[in-house]
Design a protein around this ligand. Structure first.
Ligand code: C5P
Length: 256
């Protein structure tokens, strides 16, 4: 079981860092790929870069960093047929991960599995920028208004539909793993370092890299803390060390 998990996410701590290329500019994105390709395992292409550059950015990243994985973070959310057809196109791009929102339930998620090709499909449960009050505001306020409860509910749906894993915060990941098993992938954004603050931060359900990994995250998404650091390479390396410490902690405390 542990071997299967290692195979899925890589053996070395830095391979578990996902760096989002959150920038609208092709050259700037490729500069960061060059800078960080030996310090992180996955480059994430999100809405901003994909809208600005189109699918050809994927090829450019692959040329620049052939050993790194690519995470296409489009967070699809549409009617089942549209999601299915979009997934089919994504599967031709050669990316390793793709995201879809879980909120439309298994009827929308199940048909996606047959379209995934070589990709892993991850379900977005509740965004790490969403608070309990935000959920209430949009009408999700009966019984399930605690983000953790909704995350668990949506993670269960994702697993039942045959997805490979989910995206959730480091505050919920331990419960997700406990309930759905170690092999069900958990990707955790909302990572913040102890000694730094991000101006006008939109993330709410945040944890440190150490806590995310101790709690069971397979991968952590770390954007602004690396991108805006004085020395992004050094910061990524420090985060990899923290991942190793957290994994050692899990072993000594038998959290497996
Ligand atoms: O570390 P930072 O907050 O800068 O990371 C932002 C990135 O995390 C964005 O690319 C955003 O799309 C991603 N994210 C995510 N899922 C969430 C919250 C943020 O993939 N639930």
């Amino acid at each position: 079981m542990a071997e299967e998990r290692l195979k899925q996410r890589g053996h070395r701590p830095f391979e578990r860092i996902i760096f989002p290329l959150d920038m609208p500019d092709h050259d700037e994105a490729i500069r960061y790929v060059g800078l960080l390709k030996d310090r992180v395992g996955v480059f994430k292409v999100g809405l901003e870069l994909f809208v600005a550059c189109g699918p050809q950015i994927i090829k450019r990243i692959q040329d620049e960093a052939p050993r790194q994985k690519i995470f296409l973070d489009i967070k699809f959310h549409d009617i089942p047929e549209t999601m299915k057809r979009a997934l089919r196109v994504c599967s031709t791009l050669g990316v390793d991960f793709v995201t879809v929102h879980c909120s439309e339930g298994t009827r929308a998620l199940e048909p996606l599995v047959e379209e995934k090709g070589g990709m892993k499909i991850l379900g977005v449960t509740v965004l790490t920028s969403t608070s309990k009050d935000d959920l209430k505001e949009v009408g999700i306020d009966i019984e399930i208004s605690e983000p953790e409860k909704l995350v668990l509910k949506r993670a269960e749906l994702a697993k039942r539909a045959g997805l490979d894993g989910i995206v959730c915060s480091g505050l919920e990941v331990a419960r997700v793993k406990e309930k759905l098993g170690e092999e069900f992938l958990a990707i955790t954004p909302g990572i913040r370092l102890l000694d730094s603050t991000i101006p006008q931060d939109d993330q709410i359900r945040i944890v440190t890299p150490f806590d995310a990994v101790v709690n069971g995250a397979d991968y952590i998404v770390v954007g602004r803390p690396i991108r805006d650091a004085e020395d992004p390479q050094e910061t990524a390396s420090l985060i990899a060390e923290e991942i190793q410490k957290a994994e050692d902690y899990r072993i000594t405390h038998k959290i497996h």
